[in-house]
Design a protein around this ligand. Structure first.
Ligand code: NI
Length: 392
């Protein structure tokens, strides 16, 4: 079966490169993937899949049922949205949309979903089950998975497979991760209320800027002294705003940040822990604080069984040299995790780096993809699906 899948995928590669370049030229922002969704639905329809549109706003689902009977259903999720970035590559197929760029490889992800559907639809008798292709919107704003979930996208799915490109792995290679792949990402807003006054007479005021500085330092120090260093927590205050003029003591400061963690127990105690530190520091200096902790997406925890299937499929398809077991998770976030609260699943990393030049990171205006990854991704996904239905 591997040889057949490979031969079909190699044959399709020129067409898949065209698709990927078309999507790259026409990127759409999160929640506005109208053209992309229509394009995806058209392609799935032409393959004869059962297509449902407007799942989770602009999401699309294509259902493939093998001719052979089988009860299991594998979900295959890819995302479709682009980022508010002005592309600076000089590629012939660079974005035609000012200020919008596929800088996270979701153009490739969409292509992989379509490519896998194309391969499997040429092998109708070979799959003992059903594959549901989820084309998800709005991953970059961590909303799309929730939208699709609320629209019933996971109905009937037993396991969910996902993929994300990774520029530090070379094109043609695959990264496999057991356990946590990405971190839980929560949002933090802190408002510190002091008392305005004359810049020359601080003792008559409560300086919210100075208190905010103490709060930022206290949080960073407390992480190193009170959190288990083997259970990572990253807290970044990325935005701070306050003050009216150079000679007026600020009465209010607003800070916004992101909080990343891997372990559910750690994550569960963070809101109260942060609240305690912020309020403790503020109380010391007579200021007041309001802490708003909003839970975002949880960590992606890869399912053991499905991860083993993908690893075996990748090793058989590409050889051990092309399969890397990733020793560490990333503290980035991925809303694929939202589905994994409901069904077990696994996401692998697809290498898109070039061996002979600098590879810009994801979300960079010069980010590029080594298109060798297309056939690697499609074969790995299609063959993983086959092995999922035909365990030896
Ligand atoms: Ni992404």
């Amino acid at each position: 079966m591997l040889a057949e899948i490979k031969s079909i995928a190699y044959h399709l590669t020129p067409r898949l490169i065209e698709i990927r370049r078309h999507l790259h030229t026409h990127p759409e922002l999160s929640g506005q993937e109208y053209q992309t969704a229509a394009y995806v639905a058209g392609a799935l329809n032409s393959l004869g899949l059962k297509v449902t549109e407007e799942v989770g706003k602009t999401g699309v689902i294509g259902e493939f049922r093998g001719e052979a009977a089988g009860t299991k259903c594998l979900g295959l999720r890819t995302d479709m949205d682009a980022l508010p970035i002005e592309e600076r590559t000089k590629l012939s197929f660079a974005s035609h949309q000012p200020g919008v760029m596929h800088a996270c490889g979701h153009d490739l992800h969409t292509t992989l979903g379509l490519g896998t559907a194309m391969v499997l639809s040429q092998l109708p008798g070979s799959l003992l089950g059903k594959v549901k292709f989820l084309f998800q919107p709005a991953e970059e704003i961590a909303q799309g998975a929730r939208w699709m979930l609320n629209d019933g996208a996971l109905a009937g799915i037993d396991h969910l497979l996902g993929v994300h490109v990774f520029p530090s792995i070379m094109g043609g290679s695959i990264g496999i991760r057991y356990g946590a792949l990405t971190a839980a990402a929560d949002d933090l807003e802190i408002i510190i209320q002091g008392e305005a006054g004359h810049g020359a007479r601080p003792h008559e005021a409560i300086d919210a800027i100075w208190v905010a500085a103490q709060v930022v330092n206290a949080l960073q120090q407390a992480i190193s002294r009170t959190q288990n260093c083997l259970r990572p927590v990253v807290l970044t205050i990325g935005k701070i705003e306050g003050g009216r003029a150079h000679n007026i003591i600020a009465d209010q400061v607003t800070m916004q940040g992101t909080v990343r963690s891997l372990h559910p127990e750690t994550r569960a105690m963070l809101p109260e822990w942060i609240n305690g530190i912020v309020n403790g520091v503020c109380a010391t200096y007579g200021a007041k604080a309001v802490v708003d902790y909003k839970h975002g997406v949880p960590a992606v925890q890869n399912d053991l069984q499905l991860t083993q299937i993908v690893e075996t499929a990748a090793r058989e398809a590409w050889g051990n040299d092309k399969v890397e077991i990733l020793p560490e998770p990333s503290l980035g976030a991925e809303d694929f995790a939202v589905y994994l609260d409901q069904v077990p699943g696994s996401m692998f990393r697809l290498g898109v780096g070039y061996p002979d030049r600098h590879n810009y990171p994801l979300h960079h205006p010069l980010f590029e993809i080594n298109e060798e990854a297309i056939v690697t991704g499609v074969v790995t996904m299609a063959y993983s699906a086959y092995k999922y239905f035909h365990p030896q």
